[in-house]
Write a protein that binds this ligand. Structure first.
Ligand SMILES: Nc1nc2c(ncn2[C@@H]2O[C@H](COP(=O)(O)OP(=O)(O)O)[C@@H](O)[C@H]2O)c(=O)[nH]1
Ligand SMILES: [Mg+2]
Length: 226
């Protein structure tokens, strides 16, 4: 199975190079594509220097994480599956990404994902509707999301919807020791919380749009691996 890695990145200079290096070291990944939305901190150049193919969306006024992922999937050409990884990961190793890929490459699952390590809360986090950016899906899954549903931070919920409404199995695991630079780290306390609030408001807007049964199918067909 040909797997390419897509990394959406906007102003992620402190971490993007290490994430590209990490993704290139994943044994299942053929090519690493970074989609940079007009970063002002050299993110694109750092990604290219680390060995990524960089897609630049210069005029990204209407851009979002979802649009960046869409451009990344397009740039992967003939990849059969896409591993999405956020550009702000801390503490991840190639083994974490290998473990995420394996269930899909071995065709034991249609979607496989890793969640951040929340310690004692992991049991609970693993059973929430997943919003994690670290996941692998067959390319057709992304293509099946209607264009009007590819926006902002709700894109992960839309991926879940395609998988779960097709009654396909997911494997989830905790990425031990992995976290990310939070919006507070990136933007400071006030702006960080403002952006986090906006993201949760986006996700909240899915209430009534997404059906409860989708979550039920998710839990029913979920396998948690260590
Ligand atoms: N290219 C691009 N990447 C984005 C955009 N918004 C978010 N990202 C990237 O998507 C990933 C996840 O976003 P982040 O803000 O960290 O969300 P969080 O992890 O849920 O707090 C990071 O690598 C961001 O740089 C965007 O508009 N364009
Ligand atoms: Mg993040």
């Amino acid at each position: 199975m040909i797997v390419d890695c897509v990394i959406p990145a906007r102003n992620e200079a402190p971490t993007v190079a290490s994430v590209v290096t990490l993704a290139r070291a994943c044994r299942y990944v053929r090519e690493v594509v970074v989609v940079d939305d007009g970063s002002t901190d050299g993110t694109g150049d750092l990604a290219a220097a680390a060995g990524a193919k960089v897609v630049r969306r210069e005029d990204s006024a209407g851009g979002s994480k979802a649009h960046a992922m869409e451009a990344g999937v397009l740039a992967t050409g003939d990849a059969e599956a896409v591993l999405f990884v956020d550009a702000d990961l801390l503490g991840a190793t190639p083994a974490h990404l290998d473990a995420i890929c394996r269930p899909v490459v071995e065709r034991r699952a249609a979607m496989s994902l890793g969640t951040f390590d929340y310690g004692r809360l992991n049991w609970f986090v693993l059973r929430l509707p997943p919003t994690t950016g670290e996941r692998i899906v067959p390319r057709w899954v992304f293509d099946a999301i209607p264009p009007e549903k590819r926006k902002g931070y709700t894109i992960e919920i839309m991926i879940n919807e395609v998988i779960c409404e097709a009654r396909l199995p997911t494997v989830a695991r905790v990425m031990a020791g992995v976290t990310h630079r939070t919006k507070r780290d990136k933007f400071g306390l006030l702006e960080g919380y403002r952006r986090t609030f906006r993201m949760f408001a986006d996700l909240w807007s899915m209430w009534g749009v997404c059906r409860w049964r989708t979550y039920w199918f998710y839990l029913r067909d979920l396998r948690i691996e260590r």
